[in-house]
Design a protein around this ligand. Sequence first.
Ligand code: NAD
Length: 370
Amino acid sequence: MASNKKLLVLPGDGIGPEVMREVRRVVDWFDKRQAVRFDLEEDLVGGAAIDAHGVPLADATMEKAMNVDAVLLGAVGGPQWDNLDFNIKPERGLLRLRKEMELFANLRPALCFDALVDASTLKPEIVSGLDIMIVRELTGGVYFGEPRGIEELPSGERRGINTQVYTTSEIKRVAAVAFDLARKRDNRVCSVEKANVMESGVLWRDEVTKLHDAEFKDVELSHMYADNCSMQLVRAPKQFDVIVTDNLFGDMLSDTAAMLTGSLGMLPSASLGDIDETGRRKAMYEPVHGSAPDIAGEDKANPLATLLSFAMMLRYSFDLGEDADLIETAVKNVLNEGKRTGDIVAPGATMVSTTGMGDAVLSALDHLAA
Ligand code: NAD
């Protein structure tokens, strides 16, 4: 049997602990039923860590995150910590994890479950069967480029400056993640920039093409300008398989793609770093949604985004595609049975609680494995 996978679970704040509780039941299910086993440790992040340690991520927790196979995070934040100094706000815990683990590739799938096709604002035929993946560069580009700042000009006017900057290695490592992913999917990558007006875009296109020709010839590569891509995403999103793009364009395009599927409670994500000398790639998996303080503690939250994040972990950190498929099929079956949490409930569906959704997924898994 393969060695145990080491997981650090950080439930966080608000609905984080509630949704994570249901995911842990599924982890236990895999522990008992499948060949894969997990050594799981739980710790604090965000407001919960501020209350316990005075900081949004303790050094000891950071140390653990650096030494596990993957991190699974719930959500951070809440009104009780809103007035804290910027440097110790709950979100800083998340940022520290991303920075110190050097998670440079953010993966945001947009998958439309047939049962939820009506939750999208687009016509069913446009989104039905949709399955695309946006790979966003996460640690470079205009959000981090220097020089930056606001300066006073001699004329008395003020000038705001940000710098869009990318190096060859930054482009190549995120493009390699996209090509690798494509090989596990429909084998197509669309690289997105604005090479028509930005030098950094010219370099981006050049380096992606070079890497493709040298190492990923078997993957179909196309290029698209970011403005066109935003139109194509709402016009005909199914034309895409994997989209790879920079930090700024990825921020916007991944949110557009997310809304094609209708609900925040269904959206998983992964952030990946480099592969170290032991062959392990640093990785953190988390739902796209926040801590939803408006429904926290009421057993109403949808646990599926976090569960689907765990499925991404099985697929991308552990190469356990069949086990990931099992979870995704169980989710699909539960939705087809008409079981819905409040955020995705529709006429004729049965409303279930967070725990009820966990029960339904576990029974669907039992059924699939029988
Ligand atoms: P949010 O995502 O927490 O909630 C937005 C709306 O969606 C709310 O009405 C909420 O009830 C609903 N919702 C979200 N997730 C849901 C789920 N799983 N099931 C059912 N309904 C769900 O965003 P917000 O209200 O803007 O932010 C609340 C807090 O979360 C803030 O403190 C914010 O800073 C934080 N936040 C954290 C993250 C993160 O941890 N990655 C991301 C976004 C926001």
